[in-house]
Design a binder for this molecule. Structure first.
Ligand SMILES: Cc1cc2nc3c(=O)[nH]c(=O)nc-3n(C[C@H](O)[C@H](O)[C@H](O)COP(=O)(O)OP(=O)(O)OC[C@H]3O[C@@H](n4cnc5c(N)ncnc54)[C@H](O)[C@@H]3O)c2cc1C
Length: 563
């Protein structure tokens, strides 16, 4: 059996930082297990920047201002002690990453360059063209290789092995061979990214962002927090949902409606295009609903006035994506855009060290909810979150692994996973993964999207029940062992169905509007009843039960949120 001190599931920024931090202790055995090749993780698609109050562009910037922006951006649902820690540690962690080799763009005097981002009072997003995630991911991967981290690439984790109190390892399936393996570990860090793919066709997320870690944790009895909060990014490409970074507006891009008006004047007269994402996405939807959208119910992002040189220097990838996927060159004409499901604020309930209620099980990055983003994440704060909390989870796991012995494997753990695979492989129903997945995306986009209503959410829950039933009649057409990607998709779909239910239940329960969660039937924020986190746990009959947790408020009292 494979045995490690610390096993990290996921090779995005959170997982790779945790792995590197753990392997700095040279006597510990550390491995990363990932269902895609490490450099294909979604972190590599991050475009715009990572926040840290370095003050390189505006010397008056401070971590306290960053903290306040984060709390205000979260619509006061972030835990303020956790957000404080993230903003305080930001300059150190970004500099550390730079020292590992990340090639940020520079100011003329050689310091890390920074650009304005949505919801931020100062320009503090550190960037490298529109490819910051790419440089972060490659830096962390090569440092992991250098420091002797083991990698299991194209391995899919199915479940956690635990006895309710402590962690013993995971079961994972090798895509290359189709074989199931048990990996024993003292500590397991789940760093599997978000679940934006539950909105299948209207998302900026990679195909693999199916929320596996959150669903695995949930099935292990761990609580999921604030699942109703899904961020829609204002500027996805019209047809594909592929992202156009907020950095494009940071560089001075304008949003136009179908009549050519800069409509943000109506919604955020001070911040205009650089309002927070929840507000800008709703503004676009409202323009379209009121008949001021383009012919395809889209809006437009106009960069033409920035000029060829600046677009080529600062936004080269964006330009290419627009040409390849929309046939539009942003140097010449405005880009057609629609809001796109982008970020999962909710996830596995952890403390500031990534710890969960099961000893030795950690979660970090987008799959976790610490919570620093509350009801709406600010652009540039997620790359920061994965660095700060990936590093912290790695550090804590080291301490834990040092004082723990490997646990004896409980009986039946392997057999359960084996049965799950066998049932999928032998299923002879008529349903297909693609059919169910498309319907899931439609239900979630139409009934649990930017605008929500109790009746729609109720209907969505009934639809999800039906989809779960259809899943039981699934047929995986490909019966081969080697690189069976249909099997992988079936495993992912199970996770997405589980998480979609927790998102919808939370949205139905939360009778108010806060951040990214907007209820047409409860259009205002209700601090008296709803200044609290929702916590979903798997209950009897495969259904969620909800409870609530207080929000930590240490300095900033909730105020009306205007921009
Ligand atoms: C297009 C785009 C642009 C963005 N731009 C920015 C930005 O400019 N600034 C910012 O702050 N944020 C940005 N974000 C958000 C940010 O990039 C992500 O939140 C962050 O990178 C998530 O990192 P992660 O390490 O948690 O997970 P990911 O990078 O998503 O990695 C998840 C990993 O988990 C692995 N995995 C998943 N399931 C399994 C399983 N069952 N078994 C084994 N492995 C598994 C995957 O293989 C992958 O390696 C952007 C997001 C997108 C989609």
């Amino acid at each position: 059996m494979l045995t490690y001190d610390i096993l990290i599931v996921g090779s995005g920024g959170a997982g790779l930082y945790a792995a590197l931090e753990s392997r700095l202790e040279e006597d510990l055995h550390v491995a990363v297990l990932t269902k895609v090749y490490p450099t294909r993780s979604h972190t590599g698609a991050a475009q715009g920047g990572v926040n840290a109050a370095l003050g390189n562009r505006d010397p008056s910037d401070t971590w306290e201002e960053h903290w306040f922006d984060t709390v205000k951006g979260s619509d006061y649902l972030a835990d303020q002690d956790a957000a404080e820690l993230m903003c305080r540690e930001a300059p150190d962690v970004v500099r550390e990453l730079e020292h590992w080799g990340a090639a940020f763009y520079r100011t003329t005097d050689g310091r890390i360059a920074q650009r304005p981002f949505g919801g931020a009072s100062k320009p503090r997003a550190c960037y490298a063209a529109d490819k910051v995630g790419h440089i972060m991911l490659h830096t962390l991967y090569e440092q992991g290789l250098r420091h002797g981290v083991d990698y299991f690439n194209e391995w899919v984790t199915l479940d956690l092995i635990h006895d309710g109190q402590r962690c013993m390892g995971v079961n994972a399936y090798s895509l290359r061979t189709g074989r199931l393996h048990t990996i024993q570990a003292k500590a397991v860090i789940l760093a599997t990214g978000g679940h934006g793919r539950i909105y299948w066709t209207r998302t900026s997320n990679a195909y693999g962002n199916t929320g596996d870690g959150s669903a695995i944790a949930y099935r292990a009895g761990l609580p999921l927090k604030d699942m109703e909060f899904i961020q829609f990014h204002p500027t996805g490409l019209r047809r594909s949902g592929i992202l156009v970074t907020e950095g494009a507006r940071g560089e001075g891009g304008h949003l136009l409606n179908g009549l050519g008006e800069r409509f943000m004047e109506r919604y955020a007269p001070d911040k205009m295009e650089l309002g927070p994402r929840d507000l800008v996405s709703r503004a676009i939807e409202t323009e379209v609903r009121e008949g001021r959208g383009g012919p395809d119910d889209e809006a437009f992002l106009d960069l033409t006035h920035l000029g060829r040189e600046r677009i080529l220097e600062r936004l080269p990838q964006i330009r290419q994506l627009c040409i390849d996927f929309e046939g539009v060159d942003p140097i010449e004409e405005p880009i057609p855009i629609k809001p796109t499901a982008h970020y999962s604020m909710g996830g596995v309930h952890t403390d500031i060290n990534g710890c969960t209620p099961i000893d030795g099980v950690y979660a970090a990055g987008e799959t976790a909810c610490v919570s620093v983003h509350g009801a709406n994440r600010l652009g540039g704060n997620s790359l920061l979150d994965i660095l700060v909390f990936g590093r912290r989870a790695g550090r804590h796991a080291v301490e834990y692994a040092r004082r723990t012995k490997l646990g004896a494997m409980p009986r039946g753990a392997f057999e359960e996973a084996e049965t799950c695979l066998k049932e999928l492989m032998e299923g002879d129903g008529k349903e297909t993964v693609a059919g169910i997945r498309r319907e899931l995306g439609r239900v979630m986009s139409e009934k649990a999207g930017i605008y929500r209503h109790a009746s729609g959410l109720d209907a969505a829950l009934a639809d999800l029940e039906m989809l779960k039933d259809r899943y039981r009649k699934l047929m995986v057409g490909d019966r081969s062992a080697v690189f069976n990607t249909e099997m992988l998709a079936a495993l992912e779909l199970r996770n997405m169905l589980t998480l979609a239910e927790t998102v919808t239940l939370g949205a139905l329960a939360r009778n108010e509007s806060r951040g990214a969660h907007y209820r047409e039937d409860h259009a205002t924020r209700d601090d008296e009843h709803w200044l609290k986190h929702t916590v979903a746990v798997q209950g009897p009959g495969d259904h969620s039960t909800l409870s609530f947790e207080p929000v930590s408020i240490t300095r900033f009292q909730p105020e009306a949120r205007t921009y």
